[in-house]
Design a protein around this ligand. Structure first.
Ligand code: ADP
Length: 217
């Protein structure tokens, strides 16, 4: 599903990625761990099309990303890629249900279909009774689960998550772990998760260790 070939990236004089090669199979859940500054988020952003590499190639589901124009890349991202960030980044003026629906509406799904799919996902996240609440009325863990539902609404091939449990207390972390564990049986998405959370890493199929811009294990 994902193939990364010899990715290099620098910010000024700082070499952040030093020739990354990586392959991830369809449906695999992979965690990326390593010390702060290792380049994990930069690699995630490059694979997720939000940042450009200096050199190297990325293929997602057979599409070489550098061959796509900006417009096609933006369509590709909306259809094929979901994101979950450390801080949920929900829109405060909209309800949980509306937040989940937005990427589907941008992708020209009808209102009725977007609403139906969003409710199914909120149900899967055990949030059916929170659907009409705005983010300010939800707990940290609930907001993060809404963000996971939003990442899944367009049925993306790949979901990239950057420290999804990083802002949660231990109870909410456990709930998110349980959810990821359940999702892997219910969904065929490929997940790439950058995390410092050892328990979350331990329930993924494979853990990649990065240090100083390289994969060491
Ligand atoms: P990690 O996720 O492993 O903590 P990052 O990929 O966030 O590592 O960052 C790797 C290095 O690149 C860090 O030293 C960081 O300060 C630097 N860096 C990341 N993004 C930028 C940027 N947009 N501009 C300049 N330096 C950056």
């Amino acid at each position: 599903m994902i193939k990364v070939e010899k990715i290099f990236k620098s910010f000024g004089d700082l070499k952040v990625l030093k020739g990354i090669d990586l392959e991830v199979k369809k449906g695999e859940i992979v965690s990326i761990v390593g010390p702060s500054g290792a380049g994990k988020t930069t690699l995630l952003m490059i694979m997720g099309t939000l940042e450009k590499a200096d050199s190297g190639k990325i293929y997602i589901d057979g599409n070489e990303l550098s061959k796509l124009s900006e417009k096609r890349l933006s369509d590709f991202r909306n259809k094929n890629i979901g994101f979950v960030f450390q801080f949920h980044q929900l829109l405060p003026e909209f309800t949980a249900l509306e937040n989940v629906m937005i990427p589907a509406l941008i992708g020209n799904t009808s209102y009725h279909d977007a609403q139906k799919r969003a409710m199914e996902l909120l149900d899967m996240m055990r949030l059916r009774d929170r659907a009409e609440h705005k983010p300010a009325e939800l707990s940290g863990g609930e907001k993060q689960r809404v963000a996971v539902a939003r990442a899944l609404i367009n049925n993306p091939a790949v979901v990239f998550a950057d420290e999804p449990s990083g802002s949660l207390d231990s109870d909410n972390k456990v709930e998110l772990h349980r959810l990821f564990f359940e999702l892997r049986n219910k969904l065929d998405q490929t997940f790439i998760i950058v995390t410092h959370d050892e328990h979350l890493a331990s329930i993924t199929d494979r853990t990649i260790h990065m240090i100083d811009g390289e994969i060491i294990d």
